[in-house]
Design a protein around this ligand. Structure first.
Ligand code: ADP
Ligand code: MG
Length: 217
């Protein structure tokens, strides 16, 4: 069953926001286990205190040894194990990337951010090689302003030989206020973008392809 880890070397490109969006969008249609490996516990606190929507199981575990076992344990029974991580230098993040079937790397569209995304992608490549298996990784452009995006960012990615998702997330109030509103946007521009992101991840088989009513909190 898919383990999807959301990772980036740097704080702030939207890892927890992406986890919140995916959890809220998928909880109603699959058996989702959300693991929060970031010591700030922003994602798990949001899930237990702020989130309004179909229930999903949330576990906060920042100890890397326990995290490895937890991911393996839940990967056997959940449709999707979604893991939020801290930035680099964090061993739990490395464990979460090594345990993943796929790694999603949120990045802002600036040059420095793409360099950071490249570092993350190179680490995933190294971990995959160490584990002697494939761990695909793709960049998700976040907080995109349509005017500034980024033919430039696109060509930077190409230069760095990084693969990006076609879907991206704009810089929208609807995402920014998610951390306190608890409602994952399902309508308007944000709703359309979230649907496109989910559809693309389904096509890649990074998240379960079939939907079913399987809410098991
Ligand atoms: N697409 C977006 N539009 C508007 N605000 C965003 C967007 N993505 C993230 N943010 C805001 O940016 C800040 C950092 O995002 P966060 O998800 O916490 O990053 P990370 O987990 O990678 O450190 C948060 O305040 C969040 O609300
Ligand atoms: Mg975070």
């Amino acid at each position: 069953m898919p383990v999807l880890t959301v990772a980036s070397s740097k704080g702030g490109p939207g890892k927890s926001t992406v986890c919140e969006i995916l959890a809220g969008a998928l909880a109603g249609s699959c058996h989702l286990v959300a693991l929060d490996a970031d010591p700030t516990l922003a994602f798990s606190r949001w899930a237990s205190e702020t989130y309004e929507g179909p229930a999903f199981k949330t576990i906060a575990e920042t100890d890397e040894a326990r995290l490895a076992h937890l991911i393996a344990e839940h990967a056997g029974e959940a449709d999707l194990v979604l893991v939020d991580t801290a930035g680099f230098g964090n061993r739990a993040a490395t464990v979460a990337m090594t345990s993943a079937d796929a790694v999603l790397i949120p990045a802002l569209a600036g040059e420095a951010d793409i360099t950071e995304a490249e570092k993350t992608a190179r680490l995933v490549e190294g971990l995959a090689r160490a584990a002697r298996r494939e761990i695909p990784a793709r960049v998700l452009f976040n907080r995109v302003r349509r005017t500034t995006l980024a033919k430039h960012a696109g060509s930077e990615l190409e230069r760095a030989k990084l693969v990006r998702l076609k879907a991206s997330l704009s810089d929208l109030v609807a995402y920014g206020e998610l951390s306190y509103s608890g409602r994952v946007p399902l309508s308007g521009t944000a709703g359309t973008e979230v649907a496109a992101l989910v559809a693309e991840l389904r096509k890649l088989r990074w998240i379960p392809a079939t939907t079913r009513n399987a809410v098991r909190p």
